[in-house]
Design a protein around this ligand. Structure first.
Ligand SMILES: [Zn+2]
Ligand SMILES: [Zn+2]
Length: 453
């Protein structure tokens, strides 16, 4: 503001600012609203935390979430794309806004020593006996969506339109979002004008949130290379073609892709996560297999890396005298999540009204991946934000000591449930009320740039 402005315009902007703040604040739930639903949300948290289920097997979890949502007035459909849940609440004319939680847990043995730590074991898809833990915080996402669902159902006068809550299975195997879309998520049910999700983590203290406009995380590609050699006696290498030596050279050459073929400063990761070959020291095996994960932010960088992997695998096999080309398979993958920049800008104010002005920060993109991008790929502008999960004191101690708290997927991952869950509910309600006070046309206009991406 310039000092040359008249006192009147100063007063006017002050009043307008106050009015704007009041509107934004009206969208954040008050403490009574959150207190009213907290016991239900917390009970669901404890229940699903102690009864986690692996990706694609979230039957009991889905049943529980569906039953709760039905009991507070949602029109609930189960078994969408496997164990997926779709809960619709129609509240007059207006846009359709989707909010997503995941349902699945991970094959991790919980070592948090919490009184409610998971002791569950089960058989995985390969028939192995494995421990199960909600080590990624999806239990907290489910609890938050239930609290949010109740507040929205109890405050119909604060919003209008269609609220669509979904419980997505199999996020950890990046297959569940695609399965729900294929099973008619956006044809059997209303197609949302905006899709929203959050993720809890220890990178921020509980009570805070961060927004990343544009690219939020990475494209992920899983690649498997099978190298064909020729088996023989370990003492007679001249009679064999050793696939282990070819694999070793391939691994080292793969490490030149990011360092030599990608522009410095561009994000690219090529990690060989496993290599399987051979059974005994004096036998040259006839093949070797390796598994690779590739992470990128940009599509052009992704293309260069994937093409280079194939080229290098073939060339190294040829150099080693392999008589057959290696098999290079990209067997799974997901696109980076793209946050519509206009939405990110619009939704900062309601997040600040819910959590506090100094509690919402802008963050850099992260390297893990996520299949929320399948929803965005259907032409739906997305808003995906991070929710603080760390105990604030432990967070400050770790920061002072130059260490970090256990990340998602760690056996020690333990969000500070009370403040994180309350913040999650407040943040979701504020964002939903903001979007569900606009018209669909207004949101389309706002996110029109999205098409250009
Ligand atoms: Zn995860
Ligand atoms: Zn997760």
């Amino acid at each position: 503001m310039k000092w040359s402005q008249s006192p009147l315009s100063f007063l006017l902007s002050f009043v307008l600012f106050g009015l704007f703040t009041a509107i934004a604040n009206a969208q954040a739930p008050n403490a009574n609203e959150v207190d009213g639903v907290y016991p239900d949300a917390h009970a669901l948290y404890l229940d699903v935390h102690q009864n986690p289920e692996l990706s694609g097997h979230e039957t009991q979890t889905a049943n529980k979430l569906a039953a709760h949502l039905r009991s507070v007035g949602y029109d609930v459909t189960e078994q969408v794309g496997g164990t997926g849940v779709v809960a619709i609440f129609k509240n007059g004319a207006g846009p359709t806004i989707m909010l997503r939680t995941e349902l699945d847990a991970l094959p991790v043995e919980e070592k948090t020593s919490l009184p409610y730590a998971s002791k569950i074991r089960t058989k995985d898809d390969a028939g192995r006996d494995v421990p199960v833990m909600h080590a990624c915080g999806h239990d907290l996402h489910m609890a938050a969506i239930l609290g949010t669902a109740e507040i929205m159902a109890h405050s119909k006068n604060t919003w209008h339109g269609t609220l669509m809550l979904i419980g997505q299975p199999a996020e950890e195997t990046i297959t569940g979002a695609d399965a729900m879309v294929r099973d008619g998520l956006f044809t059997r049910f209303p197609k949302p004008d905006v899709a929203v999700a959050l993720h809890v983590g220890n990178e921020l203290p509980a009570g805070m949130a961060s927004i990343t406009p544009g690219i939020y995380n990475t494209n992920a590609d899983s690649v498997r290379i099978t190298i064909y050699g020729k088996g023989g006696h370990g003492s007679m290498p001249q009679t064999a073609i050793d696939p282990i030596v070819i694999a070793a050279r391939t691994i080292l050459t793969l490490q030149t892709i990011v360092s030599r073929e990608i522009k410095p400063g561009e994000m690219g990761v090529v990690t060989v996560g496993y290599i399987h070959a051979g059974l005994k020291n004096n036998i040259i095996p006839d093949q070797a297999e390796m598994g690779i994960t590739v992470r990128t932010y940009k599509q052009d960088v992704r293309k260069v890396i994937l093409a280079a992997i194939t080229r290098i695998a073939k060339a190294e096999a040829a150099a080693g005298g392999a008589t057959r080309e290696p098999l290079v398979e990209r067997y799974e993958g997901t696109d980076a999540v793209y946050n519509d920049p206009a939405l990110a800008e619009r939704l900062r104010a309601p997040l600040e009204s819910a959590l506090g002005k100094d509690k919402v920060v802008i963050a850099e993109p992260i390297t893990p991946s996520e299949d929320f991008s399948y929803f965005v790929a259907q032409g739906i502008p997305g808003f995906y934000f991070s929710l603080g999960g760390a105990n604030p004191e432990k967070f400050a101690q770790a920061k002072a000591a130059g260490t970090t708290l256990p990340s998602n997927h760690s056996p020690l991952f333990a969000p500070d449930v009370d403040p994180a869950l309350r913040a999650g509910i407040s943040a979701e309600v504020a964002v939903l009320r903001n979007l569900l006070n606009a018209s669909a046309e207004e949101l389309h206009k706002l996110t029109a740039e999205h098409e250009a991406h």
